[in-house]
Design a binder for this molecule. Structure first.
Ligand code: NAD
Ligand code: LMR
Length: 333
């Protein structure tokens, strides 16, 4: 499989590439040709990482190519991890990155359209991830829309971890969490369908154990602003957790998710109009991977508390879409 990682010389790249090459992306039986795309200033860092990759002597790593050429990077690509873009610094919101980073994703979408393998899967990590994915997708009219996704798995994992800490149980005891909307502070981490297996062994609905005040004042802001918390405490945006979430996203996409009640995950996928999210927006939903495709979980009842929050985050996505359209970053089709 040909796997392309953009921004390979950056901090997520460094946290991602070794785990990816060890088999955590596509499993222990799939050899990988790695393509590392960087801008010229980033090539030396990517070359350094490639030297270390060689020194790990990973049996699955068939080849490593480092390039600043889009055509070479995406020719025959099966999995494209679009990480490369500027991270947010302290005091910035994702919206500040719209214009700066949006320009990166049109040419990458066009190169994917021109050269990718017919089964290509694209995950956009670089922020603002949902809207960057929308830009890339608009430049790839020949690639099925459902191949373009953006990462909200980190938010999902954060929500699971926060609930597990609250109930003092393992993360494996939590099911049925969903992230809706944008990968931004407006996202809505939804626990209304979530369950927890308590230490007693009993499985309960989270909504029966917490009140709306705790959700609104503590849980939701904690999850939605975790990126800012990491930047403030660490002095740089999340890297290892982001890399882990990218591996989780692609691994589940390629290998399917369990079919049991509540055993979905979250990903930003192209909306088919479900749950009132305008068709075509790349918005986070509860999703399952079935036969290699993300499927939005159908039929969930949306509480009034949730509806307003989903709508607010989706409204932000609409505003981002309109802003990048006004900047001429969306291809007209
Ligand atoms: P970084 O600055 O350490 O690395 C970014 C790398 O991208 C740099 O090496 C840079 O040279 C390269 N780059 C810039 N423009 C490029 C282009 N046009 N083509 C190829 N490479 C390019 O940043 P990082 O910490 O690795 O973060 C990368 C992105 O991921 C940021 O936008 C960050 O906000 C985002 N992020 C998203 C999530 C998420 O959950 N979706 C989580 C964490 C970080
Ligand atoms: C995160 O969620 O950690 C990243 O998207 C970084 C950020 O800017 O919040």
């Amino acid at each position: 499989m040909n796997v392309t990682v953009t921004g390979a010389g950056g901090q997520i790249g460094y946290a991602l590439l070794f785990r990816l090459a060890s088999g955590q992306l596509l499993g222990p039986d799939t050899p990988i040709n790695l393509r590392l795309l960087e801008i010229p200033q980033g090539l030396a860092a990517a070359e350094g990482t490639a030297l270390e990759l060689a020194d790990c002597a990973f049996g699955l790593l068939a080849s490593t190519t480092i390039t600043d050429d889009l055509t070479q990077a995406f020719d025959g690509v099966n999995v494209a991890l679009l990480v490369g873009s500027r991270p947010r610094a302290a005091g910035m919101e994702r919206a500040d990155l719209l214009a700066a980073n949006g320009r990166i994703f049109g040419p990458q979408g066009a190169a994917i359209n021109a050269g990718a393998a017919s089964d290509v899967r694209v995950l956009v990590v670089g922020n603002p991830a949902n809207t960057n994915a929308l830009i890339a997708r608009s430049h790839a009219p020949d690639v099925p829309a459902d191949r373009f996704t953006a990462m909200t798995r980190l938010d999902h994992n954060r929500a699971v971890a926060q609930l597990a800490a609250h109930f003092d149980v393992s993360v494996t005891a939590i099911e049925g969490v969903a992230i809706w909307g944008n990968h931004s502070a407006s996202q809505y981490p939804d626990v209304f369908h979530a369950t927890v297996r308590l230490k007693s062994g009993e499985r309960c609905f989270v909504r029966d154990l917490v009140d709306e005040r705790w959700l609104a004042a503590e849980f939701i802001p904690r999850v939605a602003q975790r990126g800012s918390e990491i930047i403030a405490v660490r002095g740089a945006s999340s890297a290892a957790s982001a890399a882990g979430a990218a591996l989780d996203h692609v691994h589940d996409w390629a290998n399917s998710t369990p079919s049991g009640a509540g055993q979905w995950t979250s990903a930003a996928v192209v909306s088919d109009g479900s749950y009132g999210v305008p068709e075509g927006l790349i918005s986070s939903f509860p999703v399952r991977s079935v036969a290699g495709h993300w499927r939005i979980e159908p039929g969930l009842e949306i509480a009034e508390f949730s509806r307003a929050r989903i709508d607010a985050s989706v409204a932000e996505l609409v505003a981002e879409r309109d802003a990048v359209a006004a900047l001429g970053l969306l291809a007209t089709q």
